[in-house]
Design a protein around this ligand. Structure first.
Ligand code: GDP
Length: 210
């Protein structure tokens, strides 16, 4: 049965590995630098105004937030990176948390990397994309704030994102506007397709409820 992304609830914030959820449900991890609009993209996808907190003091959140979708899978909001004013200690905390999350094998099923459609991806974006790749994790790149581009800028900017992140032709890049809603259906379609494909011989987190 199709996953209903409008059926979402906040479950918990994890600040350390012992709090990571390991219940066998699939986990879709959303990553992006602070202020790229990650919270806005999540709210737009889930059809909610303020489930993920928009404009929440950038860089101050070294927590992983879990949202349970349709009781079937988790949307995992990874802490934003690349905020210039963050202290060294906080940056280290972020690095440790990420390392632990990525290292805890089997937690992450699909990565969604959100970048700014206007700009060349930052070194941190490239690192995050490489993280997904190194962990053998399928991923989708979302180019947000599309509404801020002129029509003529769209194609060249998307090509620059592909090239900078070293994406293959077949890797999914979704032009998106959290503000206007553009790209929402395409991204939901990709997420659904991915989630409804069972992992080889494994339980897909479906509780078997009828
Ligand atoms: P986060 O730090 O990545 O979670 O980013 P937020 O969701 O808090 O958004 C940061 C700022 O960008 C806010 O002022 C949003 O209103 C704005 N924003 C987010 N997405 C878009 C978009 O698609 N278009 C435009 N124009 N602004 C956006």
């Amino acid at each position: 049965m199709a996953i209903n992304f409008n059926q979402a609830e906040f479950v918990l914030s994890a600040a350390s590995p012992k709090q990571f959820i390991r219940d066998g449900r699939k986990q879709l991890a959303f990553a992006g630098r602070s202020n790229v609009g990650k919270s806005s993209v999540i709210n737009r996808l889930l059809g909610r105004r303020n489930l993920a907190r928009v404009g929440a003091s950038p860089g101050k959140t070294t927590q992983i937030n879990y949202f349970l979708i349709d009781r079937k899978l988790y949307l995992v909001d990874l802490p934003g990176y690349g905020y210039a004013k963050v202290s060294k200690a906080e940056r280290e905390r972020w690095g440790k948390l990420m390392e632990n999350y990525f290292r805890s094998s089997g937690l992450i099923d699909l990565g969604v990397l959100i970048v700014d459609a206007r700009h060349k991806p930052t070194a941190d974006d490239v690192t995050m994309c490489a993280f997904f790749r190194a962990n053998g994790c399928p991923h989708i790149v979302v180019a947000n704030k599309l509404d801020k581009l002129k029509k003529s800028e769209v194609e060249p900017n998307l090509a620059r994102i592909r090239e900078t992140l070293g994406m293959e032709e077949t890797d999914a890049l979704v032009p998106f506007s959290a503000e206007k809603g553009e790209g929402k259906e395409q991204l939901l379609r990709l997420l659904r397709t991915y989630c409804e494909t069972k992992r080889g011989g494994e339980d897909n987190g479906d509780t078997g409820e009828v």
